[in-house]
Structure formats: C-alpha cells, structure tokens
Ligand binder design. Structure first.
Ligand SMILES: Cc1ncc(C[n+]2csc(CCOP(=O)(O)OP(=O)(O)O)c2C)c(N)n1
Length: 334
C-alpha cells in the first residue's frame, strides 16, 4: 500500500568510482542507526508490534540497491531495512511506518514491517516466506512486456529456501528466463532453528543447478566485493535475461525479533561475526584504499545520527490513523 505523500523517487545509483562507495556506506549507517533507535523504542513500549532488525546484514541491502537502476523492482523481507533506504525511503518514511503514523507508507494500518514504497520500485512484503519471489517475477515480466529492461531483486532467508513458494517461484523464473537476482541471506538461523536443522545440502546454492540456474557464493558482510559481484550480475542478467542465485554468508546479530534473547546462538559465533561487522569492515577498507578519510567517515556518521533524531521527532508529531477511517483503503471500494 504505497502512500504517494511519503514516496520519494530513487536517485539514479552511480556505478563505479568512489561515489557509489560513499552512498553505500551512508545507506548502511542510516539502516543501522534507524534499527538501533527502533530497538530502544521497542524497549520503551513506543512500538506497536515487534521489531525485527537487520543489524549485521546491511551490506546486502546497500550493495544490491547500488547495483540496480531506477526501473528495477525489489522485494525485500524483514531483514532488509537497507533495501528500503537504498531505494529512496527516507528515515521519516521509516519512523512513520514503525510508529504507526497515518502519514507512513501503510498509513498506520500495518504493525509494522509489511511496507514498501512502490514509487521506489519496492514491493510491500507479505509474511509468507518465499511468496514474494513469484510477485517480483511477475512484476519484471510485466515491465519487460512493456519494453523496459528492468530486472528484479528478490531476498530470502535460509529458512525461507525450504518453503514451497520459494521452489515454485525460482522454478517459474528459471523456465521463463526472468532476469532476477535471488539473494539468499544465509544468516544461520530461522527463528531458533540452526542451519543444521533446516536442509541437508552443504550450501544453499547447491540448490541452484536443480533449477538449471547459476549459483554464486559471497561474503554477505564484505560490502565492496559483494557490490562488485552484484553489479556484474545485474549488468549481465539485464542483457541476457535469466535468474541467478547468490548465497550471502552472514549472521543474524539479534534475535528473530527483539522479543527473542537469542540465547540459543553460541557466543563464539556472535563474536566471530562481530569481528566481521559490515560497517566496520567497509570503513576500514575505505580508509586503507583512500576512498574516505577517517574524519569524513566521522562526519558522515554524525550526519546520519542527526538525521535519525530529526526523523524520529518529526514522525512523533504525526497522528495515528483516525479509528473511524480504519476500513478505508483496506479493501477495494464496492
Ligand atoms: C510460510 C511461513 N511460515 C512461517 C512464517 C513465520 N516466520 C516468519 S520469519 C520466519 C523465520 C525466517 O527465517 P529465515 O528465512 O532464515 O529468515 P531470517 O529471519 O533468519 O532472516 C518464520 C518461520 C511465515 N512468515 N511464513
């Protein structure tokens, strides 16, 4: 349910050079800081519903949105704050949504993660894991039919790859050569179920040959290398339409939601991935490669902190929906 009032057009993502790196870091920082603020708000009882964060997985959204073009379609799921932001959602859109404000993308009618701003080429997700793959596949087919060279980006968790919708969607996209980048975010847990309790193949991309498509392994926490791969694949599938699957190695650094203390995740595993934090890794590399100075990174981080504060306070001033209007916009008018 896109609200034109809150929709912002995506900037044309620059490709190559250092601008794209700075933009990706900015996307990751804004996503991280927004998530951290939402976690605090959840603890303070200001959020209606749960909070499901993407902390530790921001490189995937930042790299994949930087690899796309404005005409492309994206189907993010619950760990994809950086996809919404990378495609142009403002932090005001984000806080209005999570605080249930009438001005938010779902006009305060959703609690609270099933949103997308269609003007940005982003679908609002439904909960059923895998079900957005057929949706974005159909969207890309429709755009191509109209003469566009759009491609699609679909996201799925390790747990989601075991569902029927995933299988049907990937198979259908493969049979019809739909240009789709299927990003498997292997963050090692589906709720409290570890990878060992979910599938028998060694890697999730071992499933790709079964659909007759290529599979690629990537470090989901290495922004620069991930972007390099995704950019190359985006150019390739745009010119030679077909789906490809990428398995991104990462870790869910919080519980399934903030109601979950994730005590079932071994502390050593968390520590291992804390050392591989995508934001810390990117900033270290940018400084080493001369892409950004330490002070430029500090200034960018400060600007993102300020932006989060401003957006949160602005969203708080907006009202929740009027209960008398709650049925409006839910069903098609008779
Ligand atoms: C068909 C279906 N079954 C169950 C759920 C409830 N559910 C929501 S998220 C989730 C776990 C998803 O795990 P994974 O795909 O690994 O993604 P992650 O949460 O780790 O990012 C489940 C079981 C659902 N939304 N849809």
């Amino acid at each position: 349910m896109a609200n034109p009032q809150t929709s912002t057009q995506p900037q044309s993502p620059p490709v190559g050079g250092t601008d794209v790196h700075v933009e990706m870091l900015r996307t990751m920082l804004r996503a991280r800081l927004a998530d951290e603020r939402l976690i605090r708000l959840f603890r303070q009882g200001q959020i209606i519903g749960g909070v499901y964060s993407s902390i530790g997985q921001e490189a995937i959204g930042a790299a994949s949105t930087a690899a796309g073009l404005p005409q492309d379609l994206y189907a993010p799921l619950i760990r994809n704050m950086a996809v919404h932001i990378g495609r142009g959602a403002s932090l005001l859109d984000v806080f209005r949504q999570w605080l249930g404000r009438v001005t938010g993308p779902t006009r305060g009618r959703d609690g609270n993660l099933h949103y997308g701003i269609f003007a940005n080429g982003v679908y609002a997700m439904i909960s059923h894991l895998g079900a957005m793959i057929p949706v974005v596949t159909g969207g890309v087919m429709a755009k191509r039919h109209q003469g566009s060279d759009a491609i699609g980006f679909a996201y799925i968790g390790d747990g989601g790859t075991s569902t029927g919708d995933f299988h049907e969607g990937v198979n259908f996209a493969a049979v019809f050569n739909v240009p789709l980048i299927i990003i498997v975010e292997n963050n090692k847990y589906a709720y409290s179920t570890p990878a060992s309790g979910q599938y028998r193949c060694k890697r999730l991309i071992d499933k790709a040959p079964g659909y007759g498509i290529e599979g690629f392994s990537a470090d989901g926490n290495d922004l620069v290398e991930l972007h390099r791969l995704l950019h190359r694949l985006a150019v390739d599938v745009r010119a030679n339409p077909r789906p490809v699957m990428i398995e991104c190695d990462t870790l869910r650094m919080r519980g399934h939601g903030e109601h979950d203390d994730f005590s079932y995740v071994p502390p050593e595993l968390l520590e291992q991935y804390r050392q591989r934090d995508p934001i810390a890794g990117a900033t270290k590399r940018f400084i080493a490669d001369g892409i950004m100075t330490e002070s430029a990174i500090a200034a960018l981080t400060q600007a993102c902190h300020t932006e989060v504060d401003v957006a949160y306070h602005a969203a708080m001033k907006d009202p929740p929906p009027d209960p008398n209007t709650l049925l409006e916009g839910v069903y098609a008018d008779a």
